[in-house]
Every structure is written in structure tokens, then in C-alpha cells.
Design a protein around this ligand. Structure first.
Ligand SMILES: Cc1cc2nc3c(=O)[nH]c(=O)nc-3n(C[C@H](O)[C@H](O)[C@H](O)COP(=O)(O)OP(=O)(O)OC[C@H]3O[C@@H](n4cnc5c(N)ncnc54)[C@H](O)[C@@H]3O)c2cc1C
Length: 322
């Protein structure tokens, strides 16, 4: 917005206590300990100051009133807006009944990463439930930290939805060669525990795989709970047009947003870093009156062991492959 000459007030509200940071390294360089917190800050203090934006951190938006044009926060007075951009991202899915079990982790935030890393440092056996991009990255990092790692998924191959069956088979071999025990096509039936701490993961067929730490990476849901009843179109995310407009003077971007895409059609929701940045740029253009429809080719990267994989476009799977 500032780069496009916007001179009005900008207020950023964020539930996390931290200034903006980059999430992709959390499953790679930060989890392994190669990078610290300071290396993943998205902007230095000088650049942030130059934005002349207010940051209300550690505060959650709890209600949106589109008629009154206000956003209520969990603490303090509501905020008025002339334009509102919603960028609330995702909430990780959890395995039912495991929320209060010690040793069971999801990875979304810096706190998750610090907690998980601390436990990996003293663990021997790690089970990753879910072999999507995040699961594969965590399995690779834990393996490189010298842990015994098992990865379980109902799918026949890792990253099936993101890369299709052929690359998925190559990924299976890659992880197996690196010493990860791959249990594909096998769902979990439950976790075992002792005194509230996880001890293993039971898979279909009855085997229980020992685990000091279990990382659950079975997907995420758009963080839209607080928008229920706001009148915004919600359907697996905030439904937007091709400029990210979801209502009057209201846009949504990033993981939480389902945009109309010139090629892919309506309702495309992508969960990757490049998409979040490109959509943010498009929204800034739209608000400042420039023509800049969103039509980029979807792109994401993933780092596993010493391999960087870059994926462009979409993978369409037939029912047989799923
Ligand atoms: C561990 C990990 C590794 C990843 N690796 C890669 C990768 O290698 N390549 C890639 O392309 N992508 C990767 N991604 C995905 C990428 O990080 C996301 O696509 C990107 O962060 C999306 O940005 P966003 O702004 O939409 O959402 P987020 O980055 O999730 O930001 C949303 C923010 O909104 C806050 N929030 C939620 N609800 C509220 C509320 N009601 N009030 C106030 N604040 C709220 C959240 O706390 C959060 O800080 C990774 C993600 C994770 C978690």
C-alpha cells in the first residue's frame, strides 16, 4: 500500500505476539536449529517504521460488523475501517481426543516450532502423521537431526495431492533411502499414552509404532470461525472475486482466501507463500485504484534433505488415484 503511494492510516492486527515473520523455515532451518528467530523476520525494524503502520500484536479480531464497518477485538475498543483486508491464514487440523496429550504437536507458529524442537532434541522416535508437504519436510528435518522417523498416511504416496502419483513414488523412495519408515495407505486408529504423555501411534492392522513425539500434519482449515454470522461468503475459506473482493471495501488474501482465477476458475484456495505475497500485491493495487487482476501460475517450493522441489500449476487427480 505504501509503495503504491497510499497515505492513509494502516493498522495491522495480529493474534501472535511477534512482528511479521516467515513461516516456511519453521519446518526446515528453524526446526533444525540452523537459523534463529532473528533470521526469519520479514522486515527489519527500520523498514517497519518506514511503513508508518500501527501493529496491534497479541490481539485477536473476534467479530466483524460490515454495516457499522467495525472489527471487535478480544480486548479494548473496536476498530473502525474504511477498507478491510482479511489475512487470517489457517488453523491446523488435530487428531480427535489428542489435544491434551503431551508430546503431540502441530506446526504453524514460532511457538509450535520452539516447543517441537525442544522435544526433538531429547527424543528418539518420532512419528509424523500425514505425508503432505509439511509432513515430508518435518520428517526430513527430524531424520537429519538423527531421529528414528516414521511417516504415516492414508494416501498411497507422499504429497499425492500436490505432485501426483509419479513424483509421489519418487518421494517415497527418497524418504525410505534416507531411513524414514514409510507407512503409506495406512491410517491411524489411535495414539497410546502413559500418564498423559504419548508413547505410540497405532495403525490399521494393529501395529503400534513407538513415539516420544508425534507431529500431526493432516491439513488445516481456514481461520474464519470469528466471521460466522458476519454475512461474508464463507465456503472452505472466504470467497472472493478475481481481485480478492469479498464484500464492500473488503478483501481477503492468502491461505484463508478463495479467489476466482482466470484459468482455474472460481474458488481457488492456495496454501503457499508465493500466493500470499502475489495476492497481497493485487489487493494493494485494487485498493489504490490500479488494474492488476490475479492470474499468476500457482507456485510453491519445498526443501527436503538436500533437494529443492519447485511445483508450478495444479495437479488434477482422478478418483482412482485418490
Ligand atoms: C511450517 C510451515 C512451512 C511452510 N513451508 C512452505 C514452503 O516451503 N513453501 C511455501 O510456498 N509455503 C510454505 N508454507 C505456507 C506459507 O507459510 C503460507 O502459505 C503463508 O504463511 C500464508 O500467509 P497468510 O498471511 O495467508 O497466513 P499466515 O502466515 O498463517 O498468517 C495469518 C496470521 O493471522 C493471525 N490470525 C488468525 N486469526 C486471527 C484473528 N481472528 N485475529 C487476529 N489475527 C489472527 C494468525 O495468528 C497469523 O499470524 C509453510 C507453512 C508452514 C506453517
Amino acid at each position: 500500500m505504501r509503495a503504491r503511494g497510499f497515505r492513509g492510516t494502516i493498522q495491522v492486527v495480529g493474534a501472535e505476539e511477534h512482528l511479521p515473520y516467515d513461516r516456511p523455515p519453521l519446518s526446515k532451518k528453524v526446526l533444525s536449529g540452523t537459523w534463529g528467530e532473528e533470521q526469519i523476520r520479514l522486515r527489519g525494524q527500520r523498514e517497519l517504521d518506514a511503513l508508518r503502520a500501527g501493529f496491534l500484536l497479541g490481539r485477536s479480531a473476534v467479530r466483524l460488523d460490515v454495516q457499522a464497518r467495525t472489527v471487535a477485538l478480544d480486548d479494548g475498543p473496536s476498530l473502525d475501517y474504511g477498507r478491510l483486508v482479511l489475512a487470517t491464514g489457517l488453523r491446523p487440523r488435530t487428531l480427535p481426543g489428542t489435544d491434551s496429550l503431551y508430546g503431540v504437536w502441530a506446526l504453524r507458529s514460532l511457538e509450535d516450532c520452539a516447543g517441537l524442537r525442544a522435544e526433538l532434541l531429547t527424543a528418539h522416535d518420532v512419528v509424523v502423521v500425514g505425508a503432505g508437504v509439511l509432513g515430508c519436510e518435518i520428517a526430513a528435518t527430524a531424520r537429519q537431526m538423527g531421529l528414528r522417523v516414521s511417516m504415516i498416511d492414508r494416501s498411497p504416496v507422499p504429497m499425492l495431492r500436490q505432485t501426483g502419483p509419479d513424483i509421489g513414488r519418487l518421494l517415497s523412495s527418497l524418504h525410505a533411502e534416507q531411513g524414514v519408515r514409510i507407512l503409506m495407505g495406512s491410517g491411524t486408529t489411535g495414539l497410546t499414552d502413559e500418564a498423559g504423555r504419548v508413547t505410540g501411534v497405532t495403525v490399521k492392522g494393529g501395529e503400534t509404532i513407538p513415539a516420544d513425539v508425534v507431529v500431526v500434519t493432516i491439513g488445516s482449515v481456514p481461520a474464519t470461525d470469528w466471521l460466522t454470522g458476519s454475512g461474508l461468503p464463507l465456503d472452505n475459506g472466504i470467497v472472493c472475486d478475481e481481485r480478492g473482493r469479498a464484500g464492500v471495501d473488503l478483501h481477503a488474501v492468502g491461505d484463508v482466501a478463495r479467489w476466482s482465477h482466470g484459468v482455474a476458475g472460481d474458488g481457488l484456495r492456495l496454501e503457499n507463500r508465493t500466493n500470499a505475497v502475489q495476492q497481497a500485491r493485487s489487493v494493494a493495487a485494487d485498493i489504490t485504484g490500479a488494474e492488476d487482476g490475479y492470474h499468476q501460475v500457482p507456485y510453491f517450493w519445498t526443501d527436503q534433505y538436500d533437494i529443492r522441489m519447485q511445483v508450478f500449476g495444479w495437479v488434477w487427480l482422478s478418483c482412482r488415484e485418490l
